[in-house]
Design a protein around this ligand. Sequence first.
Ligand code: AMP
Ligand code: MG
Length: 422
Amino acid sequence: MSTQIESQPSCADPFDPSSIPLDEALRRIAERVQPVHACERLPIRECLGRVNNEAVKSPHDIPPHANSAMDGFALAHASLAADGITELDEIGTAYAGKPFDGEVGSGQCVRIMTGALVPPGSDTVVMQEQAEVGADGRIRVDANHRSGENIRRAGEDIARGDIVLDAGARLNPADLGVLASLGIGQLQVKRKPVVAFFSTGDELVSIGEPLEPGKIYDSNRYTLHGMLARMGVDMIDLGVVPDEPDAMRATLADAAARADLILSTGGVSVGEADYIKPALAEIGTTEFWKIAIKPGRPLTLGQIGASIFMGLPGNPVAVMVTFSQFVVPAIQLLAGTEIRRPALFRARALDAMRKKPGRYEFQRGIATQDESGAWQVGKTGKQGSGILTSMARANCFIVLPDANDGVEPGDEVDIQFFDWSL
Ligand code: AMP
Ligand code: MG
């Protein structure tokens, strides 16, 4: 008889042959998730953070007319002598919004303010600091000027017909300004994805209820609320669902009828009370189960009717890690925009980090800049997947790829700053 237990693959192993790599998981998400179809027309202020539906072309030139980039004097370059000083007669003033009514002839100039239309007959603005007013009131200008200087040409920012906003673009504050500069007051954007979420676990109680022995407060629905709010989706909080197959099935069916994306936390490992998998198998389909990352190995992608289901792990840190790596891209695709992976920055490690090769690890770090401006990163203490304060104190993930076999202080590592926006 054997004196040793032959152990099954588990999250204690650095490498599990049945788990899929992170990139593979992202590929499968991209294959599965379709953008929402419906759109709505909204005043542009309400389009901030929303996804543009159709490319927007400029109806006119910006700026619409040539105007001055400086306070100074508008003149015809041909009026200036090739050498020495030229004296010009000032015949009026052009203000922003109040054009000079007349034409600038040879030997004449017009006092001009920034943003004022360049008067007919002039093609050059000499800034006031480079001109002199003579005792007789005439304007003295030397020969060191280029034809066309200090003039913003019509259409130099945007030409009529240029695409100013691509389909699928996420509207940022500058986009709102660009649309306003074109006189566009409304825009057609994709409707917001609707995301339903719930926690599973008989040990969970909600805030306000007494904590009896063995119980803990549900924190995952709060981190999810925070991350989803930053993503700009519509949320349906379905509360805590007990570890019972019927309750799980009923909640999933209800969520599928109302949401584009369903998120659950907990109940996706291989414990006896992990009922997500069988419930999903009954009313939907399942895409994958284990991803070679830490924390967050058990993760499910599935479909119930037209809704995408993502079963996140129960551990609070694993919830935030898997959300940032897999739920964010799924929401980006649903919202009708491209997957935007967070940028990686190189940083010098301040601490040693233990790691075995075989899976991607997301440790929690505090990144700061040293005197030379280079990034350096330290750990936020204990890195267990239940230690949520490691996330609360951190400003970045320290991303250790599959092959990494540990970090010594001074080593270069990749960091990924937290960014919970769409
Ligand atoms: P599970 O995946 O359901 O086995 O949960 C893994 C661990 O995460 C357990 O220690 C759970 O008690 C804990 N956990 C699960 N859901 C939550 C939650 N919503 N809030 C806080 N801890 C949780
Ligand atoms: Mg559980």
